[in-house]
Design a protein around this ligand. Structure first.
Ligand code: NDP
Length: 399
């Protein structure tokens, strides 16, 4: 008997709600709450079993606390935006509820994300006997669990880690983002950063390029080095890692549009005055771009996200590649959403399941790689994101 309260009725919220609703014995009672309740009701109407919906502004801590105290769920699954993380954690502490999310906190006024703000809640959660699980999406999320799984089963030490996120899908739009455009563009236009010999090396945005030949017929794609939040927690929890990098594939058309938008100032987050009204250019851009949820029925092709790890086992060097391939159209058929939301929403459901079943349950604030990866990996195979692990002769990266 577990009641969960899901916050956020966007692309990811839709998938988490579908996946939780499919597991009626674990998620016996589901409430979907968001800023716009109509979006919750639209998702609820797609489901085969009834759930309840609610309107809430998660940035209003007293309002959210009151909702949590009234509903008393076992767990809050936060799939609103990273800006809400700390407010939702505060409300969970007030009401005595476990917490989980898929993206680390980011202050709205600064395009910067790091774990320090949420890790600072460690003592508060521990003292309250509550658990907060951070970053239970795909990347972060599954990529952290993949790393822990490789370490547990294939390596004594991992020395080099390359996390590679490939979206080989096509939505047919000249320019659109597959998840929240504001969060996506803030991430892509930020400086790149990777871990090398105990320190961060910063690079200009998208300035390091490589090509990777993706498996199972996806083939070669250009990819670019970016900073991604799991690098921070993975290098902390596996201090033997000498180099850790994150790569994402982008098509030439996406990059051309992004460059123009940046050059004309449309990706800025400083407010400008237009006709006497203050507007944030990036928020205005979000308003005119396609809504990511509208891409679901249009997107064809597959994603391939995984980790290439190089290290040693029994004194010998080895390289392992672990990945998932996910088909956009199959996702749409199952949960009316494309693979980017699907690959985030399924691990969010599994992270919640791990907590509710007590397999991952410990007071404090935790990242995914701090728990036994095996039950999570098993569930990935059972609930829509099967994975493959192969030994490679070389990493396949030029650099
Ligand atoms: P969307 O923009 O599609 O959805 C966000 C939802 O949150 C919307 O329904 C929005 O409401 C709601 N929301 C925003 N502010 C508030 C608030 N103050 N109170 C209540 N609800 C609010 O985003 P996505 O579904 O694409 O992304 C959701 C989360 O998933 C993000 O944090 C994103 O960073 C993360 N993510 C993680 C990934 C991973 O692999 N780890 C990959 C992709 C995304 P409204 O409809 O009214 O705007």
């Amino acid at each position: 008997m577990s009641k969960v309260l899901i916050i956020g009725a966007g692309g990811v919220g839709g998938v988490v709600t579908h996946k939780c609703a499919q597991l009626a014995d674990v998620f016996t009672d589901i409430i979907l709450a968001s800023r716009t309740e109509a979006k919750c009701k639209k998702i609820a109407a797609q489901l085969k079993r009834p759930i309840r919906t609610a309107q809430v502004d998660a940035d209003n801590v007293p309002e959210l606390t009151a909702l949590l105290e009234k509903e008393k769920p076992s767990l809050v699954i936060n799939v609103a935006l990273p800006y809400q993380d700390l407010h939702i954690m505060d409300a969970c502490l007030n009401a005595g509820i476990h917490y989980m999310d898929t993206a680390n906190y980011e202050p709205p006024e600064e395009a910067k994300f790091e774990y320090s703000w949420q890790w600072a809640y460690q003592d508060k959660f521990e003292q309250a006997g509550l658990m907060a699980l951070l970053g239970s999406g795909f990347d972060p999320g599954v990529t952290n669990v993949y790393t822990a799984y490789l370490k547990k089963h294939y390596f004594d030490e991992i020395h080099e880690l390359d996390i590679i996120d490939c979206n080989a899908g096509d939505h047919g739009q000249p320019f659109a983002t597959n998840f929240n455009p504001e969060i996506n563009i803030r991430e892509v236009t930020a400086n790149g950063r990777y871990w090398q010999d105990g320190q961060w090396v910063e690079t200009p945005p998208l300035s390091i390029k490589d090509t990777y030949d993706f498996p199972e017929g996806i083939g070669p794609k250009n990819m670019y080095l970016m900073y991604h939040e799991e690098l921070e927690s993975i290098t902390k929890h596996f201090p033997e890692i000498k180099r850790a990098r994150f790569w994402m594939t982008f098509g030439d058309a996406y990059l051309k549009h992004l460059e123009v938008l940046e050059n004309v100032g449309m990706t800025g987050i400083e407010p400008v005055i237009y006709n006497g009204v203050e507007i944030v250019p990036l928020q205005f851009l979000k308003a005119v771009l396609p809504d990511p949820s509208s891409l679901g029925p249009l997107t064809k092709g597959r994603t391939c996200i995984g980790c290439v790890a190089k290290g040693i086992k029994d004194g010998k060097e080895r390289i392992m590649y672990i990945y998932n391939i996910c088909d956009h159209e199959a996702c749409y058929e199952e949960v009316q959403s494309q693979a980017i939301s699907y690959t985030t929403g399924v691990p969010a459901m599994i992270g919640a399941k791990m907590m509710l079943e007590g397999k991952w349950m410990k007071a404090g604030v935790w990242n995914m790689e701090q728990f036994d990866p095996d039950p999570f990996m098993e569930d990935l195979n059972s609930y829509g994101l099967p994975w493959t692990v192969v030994e490679l002769k070389n990493t396949g990266l030029a650099s």
